[in-house]
Design a protein around this ligand. Structure first.
Ligand SMILES: O=C(O)CCC(=O)C(=O)O
Ligand SMILES: [Fe+2]
Length: 290
C-alpha cells in the first residue's frame, strides 16, 4: 500500500474486476459506495497461470487470469506470499478432511465429492493481503462494530486467516483499543471477538461449504472493527486471507434442501462453481442497481 502510485497502477488488473494484483476503492460496499477503507493485493499462491485457454480466461477472468507480481520493486514479496498461502492451504486441507468426517455422520457423500478432494484438485484458490488504512477520528461509521469491514460471509469453501497486525507509520505496535479487530457471530447468535496468536491460523466456513454440507457446517458471519479513541488515530491493520474454493469446473451437487441463495440454485441440475459464482456476482450487481 505504500508503494508509489504509478507502481500500484501497474499492478492493477481491471479485466479481472481487480481480482488479481492491487485493488483499492474498486469494490462496492452494501451501501453502493466504493470501499476506500482497505487496499488489497490478490494472487493465487498455488498457481501463477491456472490456465492458458483464452475462452476460459474470458469467461472467468477473476479465477483464470494470471498473477501479477511486483518483481522489480519488491522481489521478496512473491516468495513470502506463496509460502504463507501454501502453508495455509496445506493446513486447510487437513481441516477439510475433518470437516468431511464430521459431515459424513449426517449425510452420504462420495469420497471424491468431499471438501478435501474438491479443494485439493481446485485451481481457484485466492490469497488476499489486506491493508486497512489508518482509522480517522470522526469517521461516519466510526461507532459501529463493523467500521472497517461490514458483516458478511465469504462465498467460497474455507477461509484461512492470519491474526491482524497493527502498525502506526509502518511500525508494529499493540492496538491501543483492545476492542478493535475481527468479530464473528456464532450459531447461537453470540458476537465473539476472535483472538488468536501470530503463529496461529484461523479458519472460517464459507457459504459453499454450508450449501454442500446440507447446513451441517454453517458459514461464519464476520466483520472487522476499527480502533476508536484519540490514541488510535493513525493505526493501520494488515492481515492475510486465503480463500479456498472449488475449481471453476467443479460440478456442485447441491442437496435438496438449501438454506442460502436458494433462489439461484436450480432444483434439478448441478452448476459448476464458476457458473454459480457468476450468478452470485450478477445477483449482487443487480441489487446494487435497484
Ligand atoms: O481482515 C480480516 O481479518 C478479515 C477479512 C475478510 O473478512 C475478507 O477479506 O473477507
Ligand atoms: Fe470475509
Amino acid at each position: 500500500a505504500k508503494l508509489p502510485k504509478e507502481v500500484k497502477e501497474d499492478l492493477e488488473d481491471p479485466n479481472s474486476r481487480y481480482n488479481f494484483g492491487w485493488s483499492h476503492g474498486k469494490e462496492k460496499l452494501e451501501s453502493g459506495k466504493p470501499d476506500i477503507l482497505k487496499g488489497s493485493f490478490y494472487a493465487n499462491p498455488i498457481l501463477d497461470t491456472p490456465t492458458t485457454e483464452t475462452s476460459l480466461i474470458q469467461r472467468y477472468p477473476s479465477y483464470c487470469g494470471s498473477n501479477i507480481w511486483p518483481r522489480n520493486t519488491l522481489p521478496e514479496f512473491e516468495v513470502a506470499f506463496k509460502a504463507l498461502g501454501m502453508l495455509i492451504f496445506d493446513v486447510g486441507l487437513m481441516l477439510a478432511y475433518h470437516c468431511d468426517q464430521y459431515v459424513s455422520r449426517g449425510m452420504k457423500t462420495r469420497k471424491d465429492e468431499g471438501l478435501e478432494s474438491i479443494l485439493r484438485r481446485s485451481r481457484c484458490h485466492k490469497g488476499r493481503l489486506l491493508y486497512y488504512f489508518p482509522s480517522q477520528q470522526g469517521d461516519p461509521d466510526g461507532n459501529s462494530l463493523s467500521s472497517w469491514c461490514g458483516w458478511h460471509t465469504d462465498h467460497g469453501s474455507l477461509t484461512g486467516l492470519t491474526c491482524g497486525m497493527f502498525t502506526k507509520d509502518g511500525v508494529e505496535m499493540s492496538c491501543p483499543d483492545s476492542a478493535a479487530g475481527l468479530y464473528i457471530r456464532t450459531r447461537s447468535d453470540q458476537i465473539v471477538k476472535v483472538v488468536f496468536g501470530e503463529d496461529d491460523i484461523a479458519y472460517q466456513i464459507g457459504e459453499t461449504t454450508e450449501i454442500l454440507s446440507g447446513s451441517y457446517l454453517c458459514a461464519t458471519p464476520h466483520c472487522v472493527q476499527a480502533p476508536k479513541g484519540e490514541k488510535s488515530s493513525g493505526i493501520e491493520r494488515s492481515t492475510f486471507a486465503l480463500f479456498m474454493q472449488p475449481d471453476w469446473d467443479e460440478k456442485l451437487n447441491f442437496p435438496e434442501e438449501v438454506r442460502i441463495h436458494k433462489e439461484l440454485i436450480p432444483s434439478n441440475s448441478a452448476l459448476t462453481f464458476g457458473e454459480y459464482s457468476e450468478m452470485l456476482l450478477d445477483k449482487y450487481y443487480h441489487q446494487k442497481q435497484t
